[in-house]
Design a protein around this ligand. Structure first.
Ligand SMILES: NC(=O)C1=CN([C@@H]2O[C@H](COP(=O)(O)OP(=O)(O)OC[C@H]3O[C@@H](n4cnc5c(N)ncnc54)[C@H](OP(=O)(O)O)[C@@H]3O)[C@@H](O)[C@H]2O)C=CC1
Ligand SMILES: C[C@H]1O[C@H](OP(=O)(O)OP(=O)(O)OC[C@H]2O[C@@H](n3cnc4c(=O)[nH]c(N)nc43)[C@H](O)[C@@H]2O)[C@@H](O)[C@@H](O)C1=O
Length: 313
């Protein structure tokens, strides 16, 4: 059943990659009562501030897209921040949502919750079956705790909290930081800067052999709203595109879309991370949702957005 368009929906993290896409999609669908707070207005790690906010605003629905997020280097360099901030944000928001009778909450995790050597494609029931990938285990442990909190509140209190596990995402409002971002925005920026500065080489991290599955964030936003409308159960749900590329193939594609003509240099002193993490999306497909945006189209669209927003710097 679609949520009523007048419902008060708190999109936590609405200025980030995912939260902004979800807010855009909700606006497009005619939702007029979105509750939005930037980080500077409401620090979600502050338990009493979060509790006061929920007491005053009483949202009907919550989409939890606020988190400390970063690529392989950031996760590997700031383990204490990744585990602490994420545990704080999700615990505060889930508990206050329950305390203030939110009708339904959707928590966002990530494909890094699964074991480093999980069966491929990775089914939901691979969770907690083997050790995690070390470069992001601290973030993954926080995300696994978020899934478990949603399950625990459903079991003990019948609270309608669900969890979605997206694969690697990209698109409008991504983080283009040179070191701390994910691979796709990092390469898009690096190739663009090399092109405009007439450089003949670009360094890419690792060996190029790891496989990754990329999903455009507008597809993810569509899936989030689909799940809110159509899914209320204990188990988390994978959200992916169903197709994967090697990092070398991704780099060649970004190079082509940006129009960089030089050479790629592979820096194998940088970590590869998990060798492969293709989501098994048969559960979500079975519910009736499929993605629409190809990697090439999504990349062209993201580069256009990058040029409009950062291109002149
Ligand atoms: N990006 C990806 O590839 C993937 C993301 N996900 C999940 O999607 C969710 C959103 O990620 P994404 O949009 O990429 O991340 P972003 O970093 O783009 O956005 C996160 C948002 O959360 C806000 N935020 C962070 N800390 C706080 C805080 N203490 N109080 C209030 N707001 C805060 C940020 O605000 P500010 O910037 O001002 O701090 C930002 O708006 C996360 O749960 C992530 O795990 C899952 C799989 C892949
Ligand atoms: C979504 C997911 O994202 C993170 O996991 P990840 O998939 O390993 O993330 P990544 O995008 O940073 O790297 C993917 C691959 O790409 C290679 N690579 C090449 N060149 C650059 C580069 O310039 N930057 C980055 N970041 N990676 C590069 C890099 O060496 C790696 O082999 C988790 O920490 C966690 O946040 C999470 O859940």
């Amino acid at each position: 059943m679609p949520i009523d368009t007048s419902a008060k929906i708190f999109v936590a993290g609405h200025r980030g990659l995912v939260g902004s896409a979800v807010a855009r999609k909700l606006h497009q669908l005619g939702y007029t009562n979105l509750l939005l707070r930037s980080h500077s207005d409401l620090d979600l790690t502050n338990q009493s501030a979060v509790e006061s906010f929920f007491a005053a605003e009483k949202p009907h629905y919550v989409i939890l897209a606020a988190a400390k997020v970063g690529g392989i280097h950031a996760n590997n360099t700031y383990p204490a921040d990744f585990i602490t901030v994420n545990l704080q944000i999700q615990t505060n928001v889930i508990v206050s949502s329950f305390n203030h009778k939110v009708q339904k909450l959707l928590f966002l995790g990530s494909s890094c919750i699964y074991p480093k050597f999980a069966p491929q494609p990775i089914p939901e029931n691979a969770l907690l079956t083997a050790p995690l990938e070390p470069t992001n285990e601290w973030y993954a442990v926080a995300k696994i705790a978020g899934i478990k909190m949603c399950q625990a509140y459903r079991l003990q209190h019948n609270f309608d909290a669900i969890s979605a596990m997206p694969t690697n995402l990209y698109g409008t409002n991504d983080n283009f930081h040179p070191e701390n971002s994910h691979v796709l925005p990092a390469l898009l920026r690096r190739f663009h800067e090399a092109k405009i500065n007439n450089l003949d080489k670009v360094v890419v991290w690792g060996t190029g052999s790891p496989l990754r599955e990329f999903l455009h964030v507008d597809d993810l936003a569509d899936a989030v709203i689909f799940l809110l409308d159509n899914y209320s159960d204990l188990e988390h749900v994978n959200v992916g595109s169903g197709s994967e590329v090697t990092i070398k193939e991704l780099a060649e594609l970004v190079k082509e879309v940006v129009g960089f003509k030089g050479e790629l240099i592979w820096d194998s002193s940088k970590p590869d991370g998990t060798p492969r993490k293709l989501m098994d999306t048969s559960k979500l497909v079975g519910l009736g949702w499929t993605p629409k945006i190809s990697l090439r189209d999504g990349l062209v669209d993201t580069y256009k957005w990058y040029l409009e927003n950062y291109g002149k710097q």
